[in-house]
Design a protein around this ligand. Structure first.
Ligand SMILES: C[S@@+](CC[C@H](N)C(=O)[O-])C[C@H]1O[C@@H](n2cnc3c(N)ncnc32)[C@H](O)[C@@H]1O
Length: 253
């Protein structure tokens, strides 16, 4: 696996094409690669750029930089091969956390955030880490692949000030989240479509292993759950709640 400081656009595109070609054949993979590059060009028009700046209200309110408008061309191109950076909308985030809080435990008490570590896999510029700090989590961790987004996340963690902040143990890590060793705490894992199917499968194999070794409560909040079937296949997770916007899974006891 590459260390994040070595990520190059050409190498990433080559790995992407090789993987696609193994499944679909050279011709189909090349055609899809041209499609990805064309989408990148379309995404670079001034109109699309203006749209991406449209989500800057959160940044104005908290004097941070989490909008996708200010992401440079290199990271946007890398994003076409991994997943494009897009921050979670605050209203959607709080709706998901409210749903999580209302999830009854076995003893019918509601979930206590202070027992849990919040982990965002693919944390980008760290907006969800800041928003999660409004809840009294034990600690909050974000894992981001792209070094430049990770550096901005670190800066945001330093700059963020909010009177509603309840958790102050925040950390951003620059690494491949599909190989991330999960902390041995009770976990709330947050995913906003960070990986293709192969990456999702790696994450849930890791999660099953750690749950087998260290059984503990784990919840998975999956925003825009395009690959929900990957979670549904896990013997250790069951779906607890969801809408078209998100799915909430919990570990089986
Ligand atoms: C849709 S964005 C979500 C950002 C953030 N979680 C949020 O909700 O505001 C997905 C992020 O996952 C990152 N990503 C993609 N593949 C990754 C990997 N293997 N490891 C860590 N981060 C990854 C992308 O660079 C991007 O920043």
């Amino acid at each position: 696996m590459n260390s994040p400081s070595q990520i190059s656009v050409l190498q990433t595109a080559w790995q992407w094409w090789t993987y696609a070609a193994a499944y679909e054949g050279y011709f189909a993979a090349t055609r899809r690669l041209v499609g990805v590059l064309w989408e990148f060009v379309r995404d670079s028009t001034p109109e699309r750029l203006r749209q991406r700046y449209g989500d800057a209200d959160y940044d104005w309110d908290y004097r941070v930089n989490t909008t996708s408008g200010a992401v440079g061309w290199r990271d946007r191109l890398l994003g076409m091969f991994h997943s494009a950076y897009q921050p979670t909308e605050p209203a959607a985030f709080h709706e998901m956390l409210d749903a999580l809080q209302q999830t009854p435990n076995l003893d019918r008490t509601t979930l206590k955030f202070r027992d849990f570590t919040f982990v965002d896999l693919g944390s980008g510029k760290g907006r969800t880490l800041l928003m999660a700090s409004d809840y009294p989590f034990r600690r909050i961790l974000g894992v981001e692949l792209l070094p430049s987004l990770h550096q901005i996340a670190q800066q945001n963690l330093r700059q963020y000030k909010s009177e509603s902040q309840k958790c102050f143990a925040l950390e951003a890590i620059c690494a491949d989240a599909t190989a991330f060793p999960f902390p041995e705490d009770p976990l709330v894992i947050y995913l906003f479509n960070p990986f293709p199917e192969s990456g999702m499968r790696r994450v849930f194999v890791n999660l099953e292993q750690t749950l087998r070794a260290h059984p503990r409560p784990v919840y998975v909040l999956y925003h825009n759950p395009l690959l929900e079937y990957v979670l549904s296949e896990s013997a250790r997770l069951r779906k607890i709640a969801g809408t078209r916007q998100y799915s909430l899974f919990g570990s089986q006891r």
